[in-house]
Structure formats: C-alpha cells, structure tokens
Design a protein around this ligand. Structure first.
Ligand code: COA
Length: 390
C-alpha cells in the first residue's frame, strides 16, 4: 500500500440551488478541485461519485457515467467512473474508494466527488426518499422518518444520562456560529438556545433547529500518491487513516441505540492506522444530521465520556478555541446536508483547515483533522484522519 495525499479540493455553495442541475453542480466541484490541484484531465484515471438517490431526487441513475461525460472525462479519455452509494455516507465512502484505488496502485490520480440535488421534489418526497436509508420493512413502513429515529435516540440519551434540550440546542447554536464564517453554508445566521427551544417541534425532542436541512450541493477532491504530491501543490494534505465499519440497519437490533457501534469501530480502526489517540486530533468534522447525532459522535469517537457529550457541548469545549473544536465548517446543521456530498465536503473542510486557509473559522495550529460520515442511523460509518505533515 502506498501513502496518499489530497492535492485539490472544492465545494459548491450548499443550499436550495433552484437554478442548478445535479450534473451542473458536480461538474463545478470537480473542475474546481482539478484547477486547485493544477492537473490536466489526461492524468486522471479514476473517478468515484458519492450519491445517495439520484433516482428518487432527480430521476437520474447511472451517475458515474453521466458525471464522467459532463466533466469531459468520458469521450476521448474514457476515465473509469463509479457511483458509490451508502446513504448519507456515500461521499465519505467515495473518498475511501479513491484512496484505496491510489493506495493499491490501481490508479495514480483519482477524483472523489459527492453530490445530491434534493430540493427538486417535495419535502414529503425527500423525507420518504431519505427513509429508504433505514430499514424499510421494520422502520419506514411503520412511519419512522429520520427525525423520528434520531428523536428516539435523543429520548433514550436524555433518560439514561440526563441530557437536556438546552444541551442539544447548544450544538446547533455553536454550528451556526461557525457556519456564519463559511461562504458555502446554507444558513449563515446566528441563533440562540432560546430560538432553538422555541422553534417548531419536528419530532419530540427535536425542534426544526435541531435538524440538518434538505439541501443541494456537491464537493470534490483529487487524490494522488504521497510521493507525487509536491508536483501539484506546496500544501498537500496527507491521508493518515481511512476506516469504515457497518452495523445493523434497524435500531431495534442494536445493543444500545445511544452508541453507534459502527462509529466506535471505524474510529478505533482509524486511530490505530494513524497511530494516534483522540488527544492528538486538532479538530473533527462529525455527522451532525441532528444535534443528538453530534453528541453521540463525540462520545463514540472518544472526545467525551459516555453520557457527557451534552455537558461537553454546553460548556464550550467543542467551540472554536475550545478543547476539541467540533464542526468548524458549521457541520450539516449550518452548511446543509446534500446527503451524497456531505462526506466529501467534510474532507474539503479538513483540507482547508490543515492548509491554514479557513479564515475566521480557522482552528489555530491544526495538525491532525478527523472526518466522520454516517449512513442512515449508523449502519455505515466512515472515518478519515488527515494531516499537513507526511
Ligand atoms: N434548520 C433551519 N431552518 C430550516 C431547516 C433547518 N433544518 N429546515 C427548514 N428550515 C427553514 C427553511 O429555510 C424555511 O425558511 P423560510 O420560510 O425563511 O424560507 C422554513 O424553515 C420552512 O422550510 P421547509 O423546507 O418548508 O421545511 P420543512 O418543514 O419541509 O422541513 C425538516 C423541515 C426539518 C422536516 C427538514 O429540513 C428535514 O427533514 N430535515 C432532516 C433531513 C434528514 O433527515 N436528513 C438525513 C439525516 S440522516
């Protein structure tokens, strides 16, 4: 296995992009990442496109080929292009496929892209498409939506550990505070704990301001062998670990629904691969599809003791400048969550931070950045660790 590095990265704006098509936004992200890397299309030999549900959201499948075509990588170049699906972890998994392709020697220059165009259908249509990432027979058909599933996790976390609605709200407030400084964020507004608690209830105890929104967006990165990285950029970002784990798809089969075992295992595999511990990590981009998800994630990845994620979030340890900055980008809550794009966008944020180019949301002295991308309610977890040092 060869070491690999990211040499180009780009995210489109996230939000309700009414004027844009799916192919349009992936091409913008892909070309942006290629330009950032300063490579020519002729050097690219593989592309992985993370997308959860082009069929449901825009009635378009066969996205690997479509995106290769519209990026100018099909005719003449015939670049191998593969669509990767793992629900909301599709992007993280596309990145992992690109890393594996380059690391194994099968490819020399691979693009990992992620994209989703969710707002072309109604809210109820999007809710139903998303619920296909859960267990359709045991959860979806019974009426369990994703806000409903995460509300059950939140209820149990509150009952077992005394987690409060204020602590959940503190996660959203902090992520909006960070997202205000991120030009691509869907919501750049400052919010207060009171506003979260007064906002409309979606699924008790989760208010609308505890939820990530329905979004459009795309992101892409360029992956090359570490030994070639300085040919393309003077600021390569090295991949120190790429790990993945699975768990039961339905909540009822889990030993404890407040712990995502796939996250715990993927996290352990990543720490082991990088030879690091949670104390070494400078910042983490976690999958905060709901505020309770961030609380569980920081516990599962070792940044807070079990049951203390709410307390740690409330007392400011996860803010910029705190003990472990969580979601300096603004996370899924403030940036938006175009499901297939999120995992790649997290990597773009890690690259931006580790290059020292994050402006007002910069984590000072960042050395190791972690990303954590979850599919469904935790049936897939993908964890990466990046560094500016080889
Ligand atoms: N945070 C902040 N504001 C939000 C929001 C959110 N999560 N979702 C919607 N809004 C705002 C909209 O911008 C809009 O504001 P405006 O009136 O100023 O334009 C308003 O609330 C109504 O938006 P609308 O799209 O009609 O809301 P909705 O009721 O259809 O959807 C949710 C709200 C929470 C149900 C929807 O965002 C949702 O399902 N989120 C979860 C997505 C999900 O499950 N992802 C997968 C996770 S694993």
């Amino acid at each position: 296995m060869r070491e690999v590095a990211i040499v180009g990265a780009k995210t489109t704006e996230f939000g309700e992009l009414w004027e844009r098509s799916l192919r349009d936004i992936v091409v913008e992200a892909g070309i942006g990442a290629i330009e950032d890397a300063g490579i020519s299309g002729k050097e690219i030999d593989a592309m992985y496109v993370g997308n959860m549900s082009g069929g449901r959201f825009v009635e378009q499948e066969h996205l690997g080929a479509l995106i290769a075509d519209y990026s100018g990588l099909a005719r003449g170049l015939h670049v191998a292009s593969t669509r990767v699906e793992a629900a909301c972890a599709s992007g993280g998994l596309a990145l992992r496929q690109a890393i594996q392709a380059v690391s194994s020697g099968y490819s020399n220059v691979a693009i990992a892209a992620g994209a989703e165009k969710m707002t072309d259908i109604s809210s109820s249509g999007a809710t139903d498409a998303l619920s296909a990432a859960a267990d359709r027979e045991w959860e979806g058909i019974q009426g369990a939506t994703f806000p409903g599933i995460y509300a059950m996790i939140a209820k149990l976390h509150m009952a077992k550990y005394g987690t409060t609605s204020e602590q959940l709200a503190a996660v959203a407030v902090k992520n909006h505070e960070n997202g205000m400084h991120n030009p691509i964020a869907q919501f750049k507004s400052k919010i207060s704990i009171e506003q979260v608690l007064k906002s409309i209830m979606v699924s008790d105890p989760l208010h609308i301001l505890d939820c990530s929104p329905v979004s459009d967006g795309a992101a892409a990165v360029v992956v090359v062998p570490a030994e070639d990285a300085l040919k393309y950029t003077d600021k390569p970002i090295y991949v120190k670990a790429s790990a993945q784990a699975s768990d039961t798809i339905a909540l009822h089969d889990r030993r404890d629904i407040t712990t995502l075992d796939a996250t715990v295992v993927a996290g352990k595999r990543a720490y082991e691969m990088a030879g690091l511990t949670p104390k070494d990590i400078s910042f983490v981009e976690v999958h905060d599809c709901f505020t309770i998800a961030e609380i569980c994630a920081i516990e599962d990845l070792g940044f807070a003791d079990k049951g203390k994620g709410g307390v740690v979030s409330m007392n400011g340890e996860t803010k910029l400048g705190g003990r472990i900055p969580v979601n300096p980008s603004g996370g899924l809550k403030s940036c938006g969550h175009p499901v297939g794009a999120t995992g790649v966008k997290q990597a773009v944020e890690a690259v931006t931070q580790l290059r020292g180019e994050a402006g007002k949301r910069q984590v000072e002295g960042a050395k190791y950045g972690m990303t954590h991308n979850v599919g469904g309610s935790g049936a897939t977890a993908v964890v990466h660790i990046f560094s500016s040092e080889r």
